[in-house]
Ligand binder design. Structure first.
Ligand SMILES: *Cc1c(COP(=O)(O)O)cnc(C)c1O
Length: 365
């Protein structure tokens, strides 16, 4: 059997008629960028997360970058960020001229709340938290620390649509909740898209200007903006999918439950579930010491896996100028050597799930 990490065509087929109808509606409307579909999606998504405002933008990276900018962070400012995140989180900081200060992750692959305070300096302006793989970080402690030190809190929710901590949606804790709707994400568009959610009217207004050349009124450019607009087609498709997100998450939960129950191999460490949080399983990430050998074994049996992520940002070539070296963040570096994401996607068949389980169980180091 051959199984890819994610087969995106399957999630399209689940609600194909609805997507086709939404797409045709936009194509025939004669209006394609920022319009009624974007507004309708923004309202629906703000309500879903439980926030007052949603600002649709061009990508998850833009959601993060523009949030950092709208909060006035740059120059000599430092921003705390987990050492094991996707590079985009860090790029949003450095794109604004600010300095990322890496903090080791905890056993749940998210920012280790117990290590945050030691990293705070007089230049620290914000904490960037990432709900990696679909599970919330330790938000009670993190919110308390941000408040106590007067720091902004930005949430990278690119992988956590629908994930909650203590009953509150990720994206509803910080000054800004930043989402990506890249096609592979749990709420994926059919192209690039992103959004910021917030309760702060002033921040929302600034973000609306930033995404559209810094103007509120056409040709009256108040601030230095960019072009990062959400288009009507993606907005219409996203609103359609948002209506099914609960079912899509439930399906991922069923696959994860089968993995958690069925995978029994002493060489494989299963992901840990945080108390008071629900996991939406953007990725099902296991750890094993002979990761590369295990990945080759699975590939030989037709199972595609991906490493999220093989090189931590502080060791990435583009960040050489920060002066970090191997050994600076041993927890994150060990994760980069041991993590592996198993196939997990909407529309994955029962027999495929069982084949993955049997193959994983058949692995001997
Ligand atoms: C995907 C992702 C992003 C970037 O989103 P894009 O829409 O691809 O720009 C940022 N952070 C994390 C954690 C992601 O997984």
């Amino acid at each position: 059997m051959k199984i890819d990490l994610a087969v995106l065509g399957r999630q399209f087929e689940l609600y194909q008629e609805e997507y086709e109808e939404a797409a045709l509606r936009v194509l025939r409307s004669g209006w394609y960028v920022l319009g009624p579909e974007v507004e309708a999606f923004e309202q629906a998504f703000a309500a879903y997360v439980g926030r007052k405002y949603c600002i649709g933008v061009g990508s998850g990276l833009d959601a993060l970058t523009l949030s950092v900018r709208a909060l006035g962070i740059g120059g000599r400012d430092e921003v705390l960020v987990p050492a094991n995140t996707y590079i985009a989180t860090v790029l949003a900081i450095t794109a604004n001229g600010a300095t990322p200060v890496f903090v080791e992750p905890d056993a749940y692959f998210t920012l280790d709340a117990a290590r945050i305070e030691a990293a705070i300096t007089e230049r620290t302006k914000a904490i960037m938290v990432v709900h990696l793989y679909g599970q919330a970080a330790q938000m009670d402690t993190i919110c308390r620390i941000a408040k106590a030190h007067g720091l902004h809190l930005i949430e990278d929710c690119a992988q956590s649509h629908g994930a909650k901590f203590d009953g509150t949606m990720t994206g509803a804790f910080g000054d800004a909740g930043c989402f990506s709707f890249y096609p592979t994400k749990n709420l994926g568009a059919f192209g690039d898209a992103g959004a910021v959610v917030t309760d702060d009217a002033e921040l929302a207004k600034t973000l609306r200007m930033l995404r559209n050349y810094g103007s509120e009124k056409k040709y009256h450019n108040k601030i230095l903006g960019v072009n990062s607009r959400l288009d009507e087609l993606q907005a219409a498709l996203l609103r359609t999918k948002l209506g099914h997100l609960a079912e899509l998450i439930a399906e991922r939960e069923r696959i994860a439950a089968a993995y958690l129950d069925g995978i029994q191999n002493p060489a494989i460490r299963l992901p840990k579930l945080r108390r008071n949080a629900n996991h939406v399983w953007h990725q099902f990430v296991i750890q094993t010491e002979d990761r590369d050998g295990f990945q080759t074994y699975l590939a030989d049996h037709g199972i595609q896996t991906v490493i999220h992520y093989p090189i931590p940002p502080h060791l990435s070539e583009c960040y050489q100028y920060l002066g970090h070296k191997a050994g600076d963040y041993p927890v994150a570096e060990h994760m980069a050597k041991t993590v592996l994401s198993l196939p997990m996607f909407n529309g994955m068949r029962e027999d495929e799930v069982q084949y993955v389980i049997e193959t994983v169980n058949g692995y001997v180091k």
